[in-house]
Design a protein around this ligand. Structure first.
Ligand code: BGC
Length: 419
């Protein structure tokens, strides 16, 4: 059945990146340290977005984007505890000015997974005073940048960050729960690091501590920033996993526990935000016998299920920013339909009452896919890592036409695919 089309006129269309995944040269971080120890692939200069952001924003502009999400590298701003690097603040001011000059609305993420070494080596978010240290950093950045940006996200995916670091043990600090294998079927991709993580039965205690500190940190930033800058809009970004199960009670239990572990933090975070950032990649039905097309990550492709994720978040009655969604597809043959199907599903959610304000594809550029390195290609724009040449993929033009038709996929299809 055709969906009644309805996107607001002031809807934001764009794409997202994160500092460590595209900037290059972020050596003073826990991830760079893990790479030096041979635990994850080295990042190096990557797309060199740190020096080429103007060129990349020209591409975003050409592709019709009117919004862009990026993150600030904490280790650049506070390279040593309590010391601010004003040159790096100046750098991000230039980034924001470059977006403003192109009429692209910035969505600034204050922290996307990577930590300054001084912080990670002294315990990171296991530290009792981590919320205060984190809030001090966020307050400083917002004070310095709020004349150029309105939308600030405190943190990216507290659930994935803590789950990958402390339960699955695939990311720094590589702490794995002994019984994590019970949940192996939640994520299907293979991660080498799983095998080398330190295993303990008590890891969930640390995980719970980290999650609690992250929630406190978010609340502190929200309260303090709103007091100093009431005009700023604060969000957190959560990756919503959609879980279902067949009739089997054991599968039902698994779906409930998985939902609690991955989405449980949501219900306390939403009270402290002006808008909610939603990342969507996964739909999982326990006991499902169907087979689905697979992305290069080995993930099932279920773009239409973003509808369920949106309706879950809509329940919290705040404006919703789709801050990430996308797929690794180096041939670019699944991406066009993925985007079309997904935008139809977003339209359906809008029609059913979800207050969606933005759709940001992950990612503008090919980037460093964490412990899986640079082989996973999520970009609308392909990066040649030898020459740093940028090549716009055909799917980026499909998305451009949809933007031009303000989300009307059918109308976009009638338009010339390169226009
Ligand atoms: C993260 C990104 C990552 C993407 C694809 C999200 O969880 O925010 O950093 O590249 O998923 O795996």
């Amino acid at each position: 059945m055709a969906t009644e089309f309805r996107f607001p006129d002031d809807f934001y269309w764009g794409a997202a990146t994160s500092a460590y995944q595209v900037e290059g040269g972020n050596e003073n971080t826990d991830w760079a340290q893990a790479a030096r120890e041979g635990k994850v692939p080295p990042a190096g200069r990557l797309a060199d977005h740190y020096h080429r952001f103007e060129e990349d924003f020209d591409i975003a502009k050409e592709l019709g984007h009117n919004a862009h999400r990026f993150s600030i590298e904490w280790a650049r701003i506070e390279p040593r505890e309590g010391e601010w690097d004003h040159k790096e603040i100046e750098h991000y001011r230039e980034v924001l000015k470059a977006l403003r000059a192109r009429n692209i609305e910035p969505f600034v993420t204050l922290w996307h997974f990577t930590l300054p070494l001084w912080f990670s080596e002294s315990g990171g978010f296991e530290r009792k005073d981590s919320p205060e240290l984190y809030a001090r950093y966020c307050n400083f950045v917002v004070d310095e940048l709020s004349d150029l940006a309105t939308h600030f996200t405190t943190m990216n995916e507290e659930n994935i960050y803590s789950g990958m670091g402390w339960l699955r043990g695939a990311w720094p600090p590589f702490k794995r729960f002994t019984l994590a294998d019970l949940f192996r079927d939640v994520s299907t991709e293979h991660r080498e690091t799983d095998a080398t993580a330190s295993r303990s039965f008590w890891t969930p205690v640390l995980w719970y501590r980290v999650i609690s500190h992250l929630k406190t940190a978010h609340r502190m930033v929200y309260e303090q920033v709103k007091e100093a800058h009431p005009e700023v809009l604060i969000s957190f970004v959560h990756q919503v996993h959609v879980f279902e199960s067949n009739w089997n009670p054991y599968n039902k239990l698994k779906a409930l526990v998985a939902h609690y572990i991955l989405n449980g933090s949501f219900s306390s975070l939403y009270q402290y935000c002006d808008e909610i950032g939603l990342n969507y990649y996964h739909y999982k039905k326990f006991g499902d016998t169907k087979t689905y097309p697979k992305t290069d990550m080995g993930w099932n492709s279920n773009p239409e299920r973003i509808y369920d994720a949106l309706m879950y978040v809509a329940h919290y009655k705040k404006p919703i920013i789709i801050s990430e969604t996308g797929l690794a597809d180096h041939e670019d043959d699944m991406r066009p339909d993925y985007i079309r199907t997904q935008i139809r599903a977003v339209a359906r959610a809008l029609n059913d009452g979800a207050d969606v304000r933005a759709y940001m594809y992950w990612s503008l550029l090919d980037n460093y896919e964490w412990d899986l390195g640079i082989g996973m290609r999520f970009g609308l724009v392909e990066i040649d890592y030898d020459t740093l040449e940028r090549r716009i993929r055909p799917s980026a033009y499909v998305y451009k036409q949809i933007i031009k038709a303000n989300g009307n996929v059918e109308k976009a299809g009638e338009m010339d695919t390169k226009g």
